[in-house]
Design a protein around this ligand. Structure first.
Ligand SMILES: [Zn+2]
Length: 317
């Protein structure tokens, strides 16, 4: 029987067929829209899901940056976390990154807070935060390498949130909740790990917004079959209420990817194609002017609460 991953309604509205287009395998998958909250989820979880997470899957690679690049990233993070620092401000303008520092600031996070990152990958964000000065960080991911060197104040657990114990002041899902089989079960577990009045941050692609309405199954963030469930704001709000949280804030953080990635899919160009803008290809189908317009349009959509990615602030009641 169908059950919506978010609002738990049993009423499906309609089905869509989406293709695997990150690697261009073009295998087809059915997705179902919920009649109550309009969230989307895969109809059947593929038994061979690991086929779709090859070694070059992006979130599992840890980039080895040179010192200058690393320093610039720290400056950028600092500006986003403190709203101060001229160099960081400039770096932020020319070298875009998700404003995670800003989200931490809004969640009132201190350097000494106990923080869990669920689906941390190899820990790129946690290594940066550790260097910045956060002193109690844990990453959990089923796919991380087992031979990670623990550092003082930075630990990794190979597994799922079910394998985590202790109490936390912040739990982050940075583009990981869309990959789990049962978001409700995961949030119920998160509630047991979180201190009262503290936040779960869920950064996730969302449906019901401009990119989904415009591109449908060619929307790049549908990312079949890796994204098992994609919520609407209503879906997250109802799931929060069911799991002991209040949805306090939603910040839209979409970028130009929603346009060029989806336009590429419409033209049958996978993300990992040699013509793809993903690799900054010179053979890309877009002019500089188009990319500039996409960036401006994404900013506008975020202002209108219509971008295709958001950060949800769920406070534990
Ligand atoms: Zn629903």
């Amino acid at each position: 029987m169908y059950t919506c991953s978010f609002c738990q309604s049993n009423k499906p509205k309609q089905r869509f067929i989406a293709r695997e287009m990150m690697f261009g395998l073009r295998d087809e998958f059915n997705y179902v829209e919920c009649a109550n909250c309009n969230s989307l989820q895969i109809e059947e979880i593929p038994s061979n899901l690991e086929k779709y997470y090859p070694a070059n899957y992006l979130s599992l690679e840890l980039k080895h940056e040179n010192r200058v690049k690393n320093w610039l990233k720290l400056k950028r993070f600092d500006n986003s976390f403190t709203d101060k620092g001229f160099i960081g401000k400039i770096v932020k303008k020319i070298w875009w990154a998700p404003p995670i520092g800003h989200f931490l600031k809004i969640a009132n996070i201190k350097l000494e807070d106990v923080i869990l990152d669920v689906g941390s990958g190899e820990g790129e964000l946690l290594f940066l935060m550790h260097q910045y000065g956060f002193s109690n960080l844990t990453g959990v991911d089923p796919f991380i390498s087992t031979n990670k060197n623990p550092k003082r104040g930075l630990n990794f657990i190979k597994g799922s949130i079910k394998d985590v114990s202790g109490k936390y002041d912040l739990i982050m899902f940075n583009h990981s909740l869309e990959h789990v089989v049962d978001p409700k079960e995961v949030l119920l577990k998160a509630a047991t790990l979180l201190n009262n009045n503290k936040y779960v941050l869920i950064r996730i692609p969302i449906v019901g917004v401009y990119a989904w309405r415009t591109y449908g199954v060619n929307w790049v963030q549908l990312d079949a079959p890796r994204h098992l469930s994609l919520p609407t704001v209503k879906g997250i709000k109802e799931l929060a209420a069911l799991t002991g949280f209040s949805l306090d804030n939603v910040i839209y953080e979409s970028w130009d990817f929603q346009f060029w990635g989806s336009e590429q899919f419409q033209n049958d160009i996978p993300l990992h194609d040699k013509r793809s803008l993903w690799f900054k290809s010179k053979e890309s189908m877009f002019s500089k002017k188009q990319i500039k317009d996409f960036k401006m349009k994404a900013e506008q959509l975020n202002k209108n609460n219509d971008g295709d990615m958001a950060c949800f602030f769920l406070r534990k009641l």
